[in-house]
Every structure is written in C-alpha cells, then in structure tokens.
Ligand binder design. Structure first.
Ligand code: ZN
Ligand code: ZN
Length: 272
C-alpha cells in the first residue's frame, strides 16, 4: 500500500504521514537517525512534537495547529515549547494540545511551569490565547482537525497512549512508546480496516533487559507482539529506533522475515 511521493501531483483521499527528521548531516540534509518523535499527518496534525520546531517546513508551520501528545518524555515534546514560541506573535488561533489529563498535568508541572518555559496556556498575544489543552479520554473518539482519533493506554514507564487515527478513508495506528500490551490491540483489531501500523522497536535483542525495564520493544518482543494484530493487510513500519543501535536493530527486524514489516524513514512522505 505504501506510496512514496517524490514530488508532483498527490493522489487524493489518502492519509499522508511524515516522520519529521531530527538529525542532519554536515550539509544540513536529513539523516535516517531518529532522535526525536514527531509525525505529521496530512501536514496539519502532529502526533508528538519532538522535532517539530526544528524540522517543520514553512508551510507546515503555517498549517499545524493540532498537536496530540502521547506522553511527556523529552524525545516526544522537546521542541513543542519552541514551536509555540516561534509562532507566538502570528498565532490567530491557539495551538491545540490534545493529551490525557495526566499528561497535561505533567506538561504543566515539568515544562510549562515558568521555570523551564512560560506557561503558554495562560498567555495571550494580540489575537487571544496561544495554546489550549484539549483533554482526551482514553477509549473515546475525538476529533483533531479532520481526523477521528481514539487514544488507548499502552505499557510504558509514564502515562502514555497509543493512537488509532482515521481520516474517514484510511486508518493508521501509532503504538507510541510501549512494551507488551493488550488494550491497544483490542482497539486496533476493532477498526474496520487498518492501512498502516507505526510501531516502536527501540533496542536490539541483546538489550532485552533494558528494553524490559524501560518498557520498549526489541525485534524479538515486537515479533511476539505482532501476533496480536488481526489486520493482515496492514503495512507495518518500525519507528523509534535508537540511533546508536540502528543497523543492528534493522538487521534483526529483517531477519524476522515479516513481509509487511519495514522501517520508516524520517523525512519521507508515506501515503496510505
Ligand atoms: Zn517514552
Ligand atoms: Zn520515546
């Protein structure tokens, strides 16, 4: 199902997803290393905001006003404050930050606390508020721009949600950071169809112990987990691959010989 747009016209009625780059080479070109997490959906809704202020294009900066935060780890929110700061004078409507109440509390306590950064939820520019939280309830559908989204708790060391996102035509699931879980698969399997699953594979198999205590997958634990997925046609893309072990993890993923499993490349636009 994957189509990589290399320029030119864009087929309509497909959801477009880009993992924004977070690393650049000596020429300033994006590299494959993923240090931060930010997916842009149809260039206007962000899932996490790790690299958003570093890598979003001018057009994307103009369009992104809805940001879903899966959990408050730094690699997922690092440049969220900077993104709002950059846009501050020009925002005619607030940046909407969708998150569970627990995650909103952590963002307010630890990031937007007037010490690390201003509490933008209490600040206005000439047009009005610059940032508003949209509390989400796990298991209940909500709208973010044109998308319908369901958040599901996953198994990570802080409150974290995976997401099932639909544009009305295509459905894509995001695991966020997690280890072995069940509720996520219940919701994913309940979706009428699934075009793509973006799932984490953080550590190589040799680091299974660390993966277990930090609640992440290795290729071996990912393989076991994928047996819970009922949608055979879905394209599966591994993300959140720790740069220090990238090649080893990719080799181990390839050795699983799962035909629908690939590795998502930062910067590419995937259409599902
Ligand atoms: Zn995390
Ligand atoms: Zn992470």
């Amino acid at each position: 199902m994957r189509r990589y747009r290399e320029g030119g016209s864009v087929p309509q009625r497909q959801v477009r997803i880009q993992l924004l780059p977070s690393s650049f080479d000596n020429q300033g070109d994006a590299t494959s290393d993923q240090r931060l997490t930010c997916f842009l959906i149809d260039e206007c809704v962000a899932v996490d905001a790790g690299s958003i202020a570093l890598a979003a294009t001018g057009v994307q900066r103009e369009k992104v006003r809805d940001i879903i935060v899966t959990h408050p780890h730094m690699d997922h929110i690092a440049s969220l404050p900077i993104f709002i700061d950059d846009l501050f004078p020009t925002l005619e409507s607030p940046i909407l930050v969708y998150a569970t109440p627990e995650v909103i509390d952590l963002l307010e306590r630890d990031i937007f606390n007037w010490n690390v950064y201003p509490r933008f939820s209490e600040v206005k520019n000439d047009f009005g508020p610059v940032m508003e939280y949209v509390p989400i309830t796990v298991g209940e559908e909500f709208k973010a721009a044109h998308l319908t989204v369901t958040a599901v708790p996953v198994n990570h060391i802080v409150p974290t949600v995976g997401l099932v996102v639909s544009d009305g035509q295509s459905t894509v699931a995001f695991s966020s950071d997690t280890s072995e879980t069940q509720e996520f698969w219940n919701i994913v399997n309940r979706a009428p169809s699934l075009e793509a699953l973006l799932i984490e594979a953080s550590f190589p198999d040799s680091m299974a112990k660390l993966a277990e205590v930090s609640r992440h997958f290795t290729p071996a634990s990912l393989q076991r987990e994928l047996q819970k997925l009922n949608h055979n046609g879905a394209e599966i893309l591994a993300v959140h691959i720790k740069p220090a072990y990238r090649q080893t993890i990719i080799d181990e993923l390839k050795a699983l010989k799962i035909p629908s499993l690939g590795v998502m490349e930062p910067g590419r636009i995937y259409e599902f």
